[in-house]
Design a protein around this ligand. Sequence first.
Ligand code: ATP
Ligand code: MG
Length: 561
Amino acid sequence: MSETTPEASRHFIQQIIDDDIASGKHASIATRFPPEPNGYLHIGHAKSICLNFGLALEFKGRCHLRMDDTNPTKEEVEYVDSIQEDVKWLGFDWGTHYYQASDYFARMHADAIRLIEMGKAYVCHLTLEQMREYRGDLVNPGKPSPSRDRGVEENLALFAQMTKGELDEGSAVLRAKIDMASPNLLMRDPVIYRIRKASHHNTGDTWCVYPMYDYAHPLEDAYEGITHSICTLEFEIHRPFYDWLLRTLDTPAKPRQIEFARLNLTYTVMSKRRLLELVQEKRVSGWDDPRMPTVSGLRRRGVTPTSIRKFCETIGVTKHNSLTDVALLEHAIRDDLNKTVPRAMAVLDPIRLVIENYPEGQVEELEAINNPEDPAAGSRKVPFSRNLLIERDDFMEVPAKKYFRLTPGQEVRLRWAYFVKCTGVTKDAAGNILEVRCTYDPATRGGENPPDGRKVKGTIHWISESHAGDVEVRLYDRLFSLEDLNSLADGEDWRTHLNPNSLKVARAKVEPSLLQTKPGTRVQFERVGYFCADTKDSTPGKPVFNRTVTLKDSWAKVATK
Ligand code: ATP
Ligand code: MG
């Protein structure tokens, strides 16, 4: 047994593998991650990637990356590239084990011929509709296709014709001959090959017949010597055919299919079809829009691979479908960024703070610590002067109860700078506050408590007005306002639940050094949130900052506090 996790907390797949190793069934394991390259990977795929690659690492086996590209019409090279990039970025390595289902087309075709020769497959001419009718249902057995008992030679000749493109699309399919009365409808002579006169991104026009997913997948696993073929729960009813096929062909390797619960997250959709619709209908800027639950969207938003792996570990592996609170993902993100990301000051909604007793024209460079959680992150200098900018809501003329920030007569600490005491405000003729005024105590330099032991309850951040950089910030929020998008009423359109405020574009005043932030670099704006310089829209000297996550869970229910 592997020593990485204690037995009691090992999930059911680890336990299956423990047993297989203990009994000598397998000396080592091979798993695979088999995406269909018809879209970008999402956080649900990340769960599967962490599981499959994680098991291979844990048991010192191997994990294959396999493009499940059996469908010629929906797949694109762009997707293949993005999938490879995302798996690598998540921190996993398939080594030399990169495969494409389409590389096995000849072998799968030869195996189909073997099935025909064994009398286990036949060419059928029923239309889709007739086939549905002949299949029967859960209470009624199916009835045999008129072609079911045709002889081997004739089937071989017809399949050859299909293969050569001599028959029209839809005029014939190859079906496995199993049991038209099986209680499992998927065992009632499933289609295994169909005619598709379409170019494939890998095999071009070589083939006019393409294998069905249910036929191709077990063979791919067997050809590669996969020991544990892990998939999501909806494939449980496909398992009898998976096993039938490998048994009938007597493949040397007999992978075991194991199903686990897919990841569903609150406030988002997870199917590639819906994600594609969001992209095509331009409801987001692309697959990597930072609001998307795609790996590329999360990356662009500033999420770290470590936090995704940690999240996947936290949610565990079970056999029960459930809905995971996205707050759990956000927690994992904050937890990692808190330890690793340097801090800086930025003001999103500025109001001027004038220090009446600070000399005009004087500038001091004050020392600011980059990350109190990480001494190795060092410190930086921040310019300080008479006119500062602070957040508008860090001042209240008439303070609420327990308001510890700036209000007339109250003293606060300016982060890394001085104590200041509010002396009043300047207003325009209409009574709007133009600026907040204060005095500072030179004995509190660096924000230290003064010799008289005086303390303050509030610390606020600030920017020197004349030194401030001005940048675009993109404040992202959840893409949908509905918690469970699987709970829609019949006919209800999921799009009606898009959150109209999922993106707010604003400007922020930032420490001058932040103007040099390189694309992809993460930073915590103190008291505001975690941000990441956008990798697409930032230009030299003009970073655009994506908000990765707020500092606290603003959606948490107040009652839990
Ligand atoms: P979608 O349902 O989003 O279109 P898919 O299952 O069609 O996804 P594939 O490319 O076939 O996408 O998936 C590759 C692998 O990722 C499969 O093994 C699948 O079981 C797994 N997977 C897909 N979605 C999830 C999810 N939400 N949670 C866990 N694993 C998933
Ligand atoms: Mg699929």
